[in-house]
Ligand binder design. Structure first.
Ligand code: ADP
Length: 257
């Protein structure tokens, strides 16, 4: 696939077309189209319940969409239909890694064990390599001394930095952040945002679901506003967050800024 992302002109890494997902009678995603350029940050914003988390979970293979297509530029398109199996969605699980709102660390494992679990158990990498990688990544986010502690011994901000390291250790093409700072005390938010900003500056491709609109403006190349399972508006952060065209976007943005 040789397309470029129309919003940013970067070569497209991921193209999502017509993504649909229902839970029972509730159609949560009503044909979502997204395109993400390599090395770009897409911020996904919108009211609670608009379907943002479901988009991330579909991209990561944690939910199986009912319809639509998800294609990485260097891989086959995954085409979804009501009968798509877990196995078909598995392709996506290897391409992206998710950072969860509530960290989702394994409570009975140390920091190091949390980070090396995926590389060793899922990716079948050598333990010595996985440990060396994990140690380097932990040191990078200032947690080198915490490798043998358990999650409950860490602050929320430290736990979330472990969550980020755990995602990086999988060496994914795409990082997915689901409101990564919304469970944190305000004084701990800055440390986590700083790590995310550094990753963006390093050229990681990411989708960031966030209510931190000032941060989205600073870090995102494109902002997508969703409401009730539909993309309402998308564009440059200065436009969508400062001078949105759509009335629903205007109301949402003015409430939060
Ligand atoms: P957002 O991230 O924008 O807050 P979500 O994607 O979490 O929105 O949720 C969108 C809608 O889908 C909500 O109404 C939510 O209740 C519903 N939903 C999400 N996951 C499930 C599920 N597993 N079962 C039933 N309904 C769900």
């Amino acid at each position: 696939m040789s397309h470029t992302d129309p919003a940013t002109n970067a070569p497209a890494l991921l193209k999502v077309t017509g993504l649909q997902k229902s839970f029972g009678d509730h159609q949560v995603l009503k044909s979502i189209d997204l395109q993400i350029g390599k090395g770009q940050v897409l911020a996904l914003i919108g009211p609670s319940g608009s379907g943002k988390t479901t988009v991330l979970r579909c991209l990561n293979g944690l939910e199986i969409p009912d319809g639509g297509e998800v294609a990485f530029s260097d891989g086959p398109a995954v085409v979804f239909a009501p009968k798509t199996t877990q196995k078909q969605a598995q392709v996506l699980r290897t391409r992206s890694a998710m950072v969860f709102q509530n960290y989702n660390l394994f409570p009975h494992m140390t920091v190091l064990e949390n980070v090396i679990e995926g590389p060793i158990q899922v990716q079948r990498r050598k333990r010595s390599e996985a440990v060396a990688d994990a140690e380097a990544l932990l040191a990078r986010v200032g947690l080198g001394q915490k490798r043998d502690q358990y999650p409950h011994q860490l602050s929320g901000g430290q736990q979330q930095r472990v969550g980020i390291v755990r995602a990086l250790a999988l060496k994914p093409s795409l990082l997915l952040f689901d409101e990564p700072t919304s469970a944190l005390d305000p004084e701990l938010v800055g440390d986590v945002l700083k790590v995310i900003k550094e990753l963006a500056d390093e050229g990681w491709t990411m989708v960031l679901v966030t209510h931190e609109l000032a941060f989205a403006r600073e870090v995102a190349d494109e902002v997508v506003f969703m409401d009730q399972g539909v993309v309402i508006e998308r564009g440059h952060p200065d436009v969508v967050l400062r001078a949105p065209q759509n009335e629903r976007t205007q109301q949402f943005v003015h409430r939060l800024l």
